[in-house]
Design a binder for this molecule. Structure first.
Ligand code: ADP
Ligand code: ASP
Ligand code: MG
Length: 410
């Protein structure tokens, strides 16, 4: 007997026909004694469509004042797909029951639209599995201490699936999606990117954090926490995908760079002409933290030594821009800064790989590839296993391809 958690993303359940195919595929792979939990996302572009609906009320629905109602709205998407998939199983003669995040005891922090999973109490899931049901769970949603629905950030169904797999002590967690594994770059952008057999949690977390949208970063952290291998594979074919695990099983690990990632959903903010004195960075970034806005690349530069003023430049997720504008406009007044500039036509391109630790010259090769492609670098940031460059948004495709060609020539 195996206990298996399978997650199907939005494109895998985009129509009732596809939902029926998901049910058939799960049953075709199921051994009679297997216990199966299926986690699903909202159908196709439903989440985006729901956001567009909210934009009919206010063009910026991601403001803090609406966040609870946004969660009430967005959680409906997954509720549609769980009901339909459970019905599809029943139609095929397989007992099944659908359950929301609340019903499976998916507890989340009370930060609407950006909730973090605090724990899962899967007693009811076990009971339903023991009755012979396939349990179909709504991804992307939890419940906070007030009993209100909370969503887990875009792509959050991945994290729901891995958290449930961990809490149930499942034998495997499979993430079914519209690509057949993790590639060295987004295969939609780089035509000759290569599929990986395996990748470590450490490197995958960095790739996900830097924009590889195939997995939500929190889901990889969760996999590491529970030490549960995650198999990312295709809904539409039967080939082996990529296993995300603690370490490589191969003897030979020739990788310096594991992948090239990009993120177009970033915005740049420059707070210009702030006094160069202690406490300035604290004032700016604690105001943003107070609004639950994560800050990424940060550069402080001296603009005018005589006047002793400086510029503070940083990036955030573009979905946070409307709220950040409000916060920063207040900070400009408070600090008596000259002005603030907000820019959306920016994107981040990164290289990721634990191998770069012992290999000097990797960053220089990345900058060289960008120079050859005539791409100007605005901000550079590094971590132990990555180098990122902020560039003009319109050049992102060329940049990713140029860097991929440098590190993965065909
Ligand atoms: P789902 O709806 O199944 O959750 P997503 O759209 O969230 O699917 O994730 C799958 C997509 O992730 C792929 O279609 C691909 O374009 C994108 N992607 C980005 N980077 C990578 C990568 N390095 N490897 C594979 N896919 C990637
Ligand atoms: N439906 C949600 C989203 O579009 C969650 C997910 O797909 O993982 O972000
Ligand atoms: Mg996804």
């Amino acid at each position: 007997m195996a206990l298996i958690v399978k997650k199907f993303g939005g494109s895998s359940v985009a129509s009732t026909e596809k939902i029926m195919n998901v049910a058939k595929r799960v049953l075709a792979d199921k051994k009679p004694e297997d216990k199966i939990v299926v986690v699903v996302s909202a159908m196709g572009d439903t989440t985006d469509d729901l956001i567009s609906l909210a934009e009919g009320i206010d063009e910026h629905p991601y403001k803090a004042m609406y966040s609870r109602e946004m969660d009430m709205l967005l959680t409906t998407g997954e509720q549609v797909s769980i009901a339909l998939l459970a019905m599809a199983f029943q139609k095929l003669g397989q007992p099944a029951i659908s359950m929301t995040g609340a019903m499976i005891g998916m507890r989340a922090s009370s930060v609407h639209t950006k909730g973090r999973i605090l724990g899962v109490e899967p007693k009811r899931v076990h009971e339903e599995l023991n009755k012979g049901n396939i349990v179909v769970v709504a991804g992307f949603q939890g419940i906070d201490k007030f009993g209100d629905p909370v969503t887990l950030g875009r792509g959050g169904s991945d994290t729901s699936a891995v958290a449930i797999a961990g809490a149930l002590k499942a034998d495997t967690c499979e993430i079914f999606t519209d690509v057949d594994g993790i590639y060295t770059a987004d295969p939609r952008i780089v035509k000759n990117s290569h599929k990986m057999k395996e990748i470590t949690y450490y490197e995958m977390l960095e790739m996900a954090r830097l924009g590889a949208g195939v997995m939500q970063p929190r889901s990889v952290e969760m996999g590491k926490f529970y030490n549960i291998p995650i198999h990312v594979r295709s809904t539409f074919t039967n080939t082996n995908g990529t296993i995300i695990r603690e370490d490589y099983t191969m003897e030979d690990r020739p990788f310096e760079i594991r992948g090239v990632t990009h993120d177009e959903k970033v915005a740049k903010i420059a707070v210009l002409g702030v006094p160069n004195q202690p406490g300035i960075a604290h004032t700016i970034f604690s105001a943003l933290a107070g609004a639950n806005i994560d800050v990424d690349m940060i550069v402080q530069s001296i603009r005018n030594i005589e006047k002793n003023i400086t510029d503070m430049v940083f990036t955030i997720a573009s979905s946070d821009l409307p709220e950040a504008k409000k916060v920063i406009d207040e900070v400009v007044v408070k600090l008596n800064a000259v002005s603030a500039v907000f820019e959306e036509d920016v994107a981040k391109v990164s290289i990721v790989g634990a191998g770069m630790l012992g290999s000097p010259g990797i960053a220089a090769r990345m900058f060289g590839a960008l120079a050859k492609a005539n791409v100007n670098i605005d901000i550079i940031s590094t971590s132990e296993i990555s180098v990122s460059c902020l560039i003009k948004g319109s050049q992102i495709k060329d940049a990713v391809n140029a860097i991929h060609e440098e590190f993965f020539p065909n």
